[in-house]
Ligand binder design. Sequence first.
Ligand SMILES: C[S@@+](CC[C@H](N)C(=O)[O-])C[C@H]1O[C@@H](n2cnc3c(N)ncnc32)[C@H](O)[C@@H]1O
Length: 255
Amino acid sequence: MRIDVITLFPELVQSVAQSGVTAKAAESGLLELHYWNPRDYTNDKHRTVDDRPYGGGPGMVMKYEPLQQALVAAKAQNPKARSVYLSPQGKPLQQSMLQAASDAGGLLLLAGRYEGIDQRVIDEHVDEEWSLGDYVISGGELAAMVVIDGITRLLPGALGHQESAQQDSFSNVEKWLDCPHYTRPEVINNHSNELKVPEVLLQGNHQAIEEWRRQQMLGNTWLKRPDLLDKTTLKESDRALLDDFINEYNNNNKT
Ligand SMILES: C[S@@+](CC[C@H](N)C(=O)[O-])C[C@H]1O[C@@H](n2cnc3c(N)ncnc32)[C@H](O)[C@@H]1O
């Protein structure tokens, strides 16, 4: 998968491919990252990429020409890629958007700085705007890194166990949250408290483990993100699992 990034701070974005899953994907050629710095498309001695906003007001705006030229150069090398401007005004990022981008095989990310970029770049050269959420950060680089990481782990072969990505929150068939996970040791002595791994996970009964995990996914979603359950009608067996979870939760949390 080829991802081109237009940024004033390529070294910042490059760090996403220096460790973990993304580093491995880059080393194996599964992920190909290319950077385009708008400063390389300026003609003045100060390599100016920003200017004052028309109409006055605080801050600076990224200029049209260097961005346009960087976009044209990047698109020439990654012609099928959709261009995405990372922006707080964009569509809030969802797992399904990362999945679609990962399936598409090419992407062009544009990171803004200052007060943002000249609107004409968006109007003429941007296919979509994506947001990390309803808050503002100083630049699109961190958002680009989030997108690159999220896409890379979906590429076939990027994870040791590809099915683990299919069990993740929002990625499983039902789009529920993931279940809790435990590893050794079996018991942790925390002062007078013994913290134990749930018994069912130790008994090797795969059907019982599957059922427990499904119930925990449902319960977790009900507790933390009930809005995700509002969108579906549960089948009878899942309704029963969730009802049992809710009863147990209510019994344990009686005041
Ligand atoms: C300080 S912000 C500009 C914010 C802009 N004036 C606005 O209010 O919409 C500078 C750059 O950071 C990036 N950015 C800021 N918040 C973001 C978010 N929530 N998601 C994605 N990118 C963001 C964008 O690339 C933006 O051009």
